[in-house]
Design a protein around this ligand. Structure first.
Ligand SMILES: [Zn+2]
Length: 395
């Protein structure tokens, strides 16, 4: 991922990488140069699953819904700024209730607001009273489905999100239960496809994963193989083989919260770690492609904290640092359909990269403190990052 020292020239013009390697060497003395001896450059990081609208300090949907419009919009802008400062140059927002994140995306695009490039799902489709139904995406019939997908497209959504199973966050919902049968999921994927949108499916229980895979969704969120005895207790080898053969990615939302649950007070692996590392390890063994994601916004998971999630991901899924880095850069860009825009250090792509003082292939932790974050050719240094993070912590 790091540039070969013999070809470590990079030329950027108007926010894009225009040359890499020997061809990027400037002969014109008027071209400004930045010399960074001994540094490592990696592509800007991508978090494939966040919720900008959610405040990680609040514990329940009821508390989230009580936040005033003005406070919420202000907080969302602060979160976006903190994400960029932390090296996240792209994120997919996997759901909110009022398309506020779409307006934030557009303001960032217009450079009126600092933050990562955003892809937005809008209101997740769910069953009446189902997981995250408080966001307004309830559907039952084929007609409802077409209408709800249309609403998301009209609001400018880049993706369609569906809650294929219940979830943890919604009172009365059970994570292991499938919410939609296969025909309904097929309708959702078809309706999205007509508008040229891919589908992200929230899936905990194994039956819901199977339905989503067979319906042709592009990303399986969580993929926790939950059964009656909890997450990671209903593994299914033949389904995993199907997943590996399908055109899809698993976005397991391994985050900072998971990192705190690896060992118990005695230093022994927790039951949670044992179950989830077995589930993710089995998916890795089957050759299923992973993308990094955090579910930022849920209680205790802060939007700028992707790197803590990557360190946990390395442990839970038994990945090499290079695989984790790919899952948060090139693989994520491919899964999200933006590989011609970002995810690599390559001629023609947006100039989105991090300048590091250490080698992340030896220690992923160095991603947590980049010397510079460069997004669309704009440079942010460490001092400005610390200011942004301090401001977001005190907000
Ligand atoms: Zn989520």
């Amino acid at each position: 991922m790091a540039l070969d020292p013999l070809s470590s020239f990079l030329r950027v013009r108007e926010g894009r990488i225009v040359a890499v390697g020997a061809a990027a060497q400037a002969t014109d003395p008027r071209v400004p140069r930045v010399e960074l001896p001994g540094r490592v450059i990696v592509p800007g990081l991508i978090d494939a699953h966040v919720h900008l609208e959610l405040d990680p300090e609040l514990k329940t949907p009821a508390e989230q819904l009580r936040v005033s419009e003005q406070d919420r919009v202000g907080a969302m802008a602060g979160r976006a700024e903190a994400m960029l400062a932390a090296g996240i140059t792209t994120a997919r927002d996997c759901g909110g209730g009022a398309h506020r994140e779409h307006r934030l995306r557009d303001a960032i695009l217009a450079r009126d607001q600092r933050g990562p490039r955003l892809l937005c799902c809008g209101q997740p489709l769910t069953t009446p009273g189902g997981h995250c139904s408080f966001w307004g995406g309830e559907v039952e019939t084929r007609v409802d489905i077409d209408h709800m997908v249309d609403l998301q497209i009209e609001a400018g959504s880049d993706w369609i999100k569906v809650m294929a199973t219940g979830g943890v966050f919604t009172p009365g919902s059970r994570a292991r239960d499938a919410q939609f049968d296969l025909p309904r999921l097929l309708s959702i994927v078809e309706s999205a496809r007509r508008a040229d949108r891919a589908v992200a499916a929230h899936c905990h229980g194994t039956e819901g994963i199977a339905n989503a895979v067979r319906a042709g969704v592009r990303t399986i969120e969580h993929s926790s193989f939950a059964g009656p005895n909890g997450f990671g207790t209903a593994l299914d080898d033949s389904l995993m083989s199907e997943m590996a053969a399908a055109e899809l990615w698993v976005s397991p939302t391994v985050n900072a919260g998971w990192g705190r649950r690896i060992e118990d007070a005695k230093g022994e692996p927790t039951d949670f770690f044992r179950r989830l590392s077995t589930a993710l390890g089995a998916q890795r063994e089957h050759g299923i492609r992973f993308i990094a994601s955090t579910d930022a916004g849920i209680p205790g998971v802060f939007h700028h904290d992707l790197v803590a999630g990557l360190l946990a991901f390395e442990r839970f899924a038994g990945l090499r640092p290079v695989d984790v880095l790919r899952s948060a850069t090139s693989e994520a860009a491919e899964a999200l359909g933006i590989a011609s825009e970002t995810g690599r250090i390559e001629k023609g792509l947006s100039a989105d990269f991090l300048v590091l003082e250490g080698d992340p292939l030896e220690d992923l932790g160095v991603l947590g403190d980049p010397e510079f974050v460069v997004f669309r050719g704009e440079w942010f240094d460490r001092a400005s990052r610390r200011d942004v993070l301090a401001a977001s912590a005190s907000a």
